[in-house]
Design a protein around this ligand. Structure first.
Ligand SMILES: [Zn+2]
Ligand SMILES: [Zn+2]
Length: 176
């Protein structure tokens, strides 16, 4: 079944597998793409253990050559879904240690699978901002993508004397 919002009471005792297929938007997850996978839900008293296997297909813009590149990733994680009221109680008792477990908090007995997945996407977005570590970027003069091929710009050798002469001329014409 396609998951969106699941009532915890409706999850059968033997657990439940839900297919997820969620479009990702820049506004909600800071990247565009699609998440597909499965979420297995098992109820344990008040808590729900969610085992997530998902693939994110997404594109990013290379910070160097400005081309879009495939920047997908996998999400394999186990989340413990805790009711909001229980969280408040535990925080008061200072028993909460979220370090060893990934927690997701649900309200009103409803698991919002879409929101849960979006949170996981945000937590797992790869830091990679370039299409490859060897990206040659764009020519600063003509803007040609140097990964595709060299541009026709003739490389001017840096000549300090030329710069001095040019600056001198500019200053002289200003003064005149
Ligand atoms: Zn690039
Ligand atoms: Zn060029």
């Amino acid at each position: 079944m396609k998951a969106a919002v699941i009532r915890v009471k409706d999850i059968p005792a033997e657990g439940q597998d839900s297919a997820v297929d969620i479009p990702l938007t820049k506004g909600r997850t800071s990247m565009e793409g699609r998440l597909r996978g499965t979420v297995n839900l098992v109820v344990m008293a008040e808590e729900v253990v969610a085992t997530v296997h998902a693939t994110v297909e997404a594109a990013s813009t290379c910070s160097r050559c400005l081309e879009e590149f495939e920047n997908g990733f996998e999400i394999d994680t186990v989340l413990v879904c805790v009711p909001m009221t229980e969280l408040e109680a535990e925080v008061e008792g200072k028993q909460l240690s979220g370090d060893e477990l990934d927690l997701y908090f649900y309200e009103d007995g409803l698991l919002d699978i879409t929101r849960m997945m979006e949170e996981q996407v945000i937590l797992n977005i790869p830091m990679q901002t370039m299409c490859s570590s060897g990206c040659r970027g764009l020519c600063p003069s003509c803007g040609t993508n140097l990964n595709i091929g060299p541009c026709t710009c003739v490389k001017q050798p840096e000549d300090e004397r030329f710069h001095v002469l040019r600056d001198f001329r500019v200053n002289k014409s200003k003064g005149a």
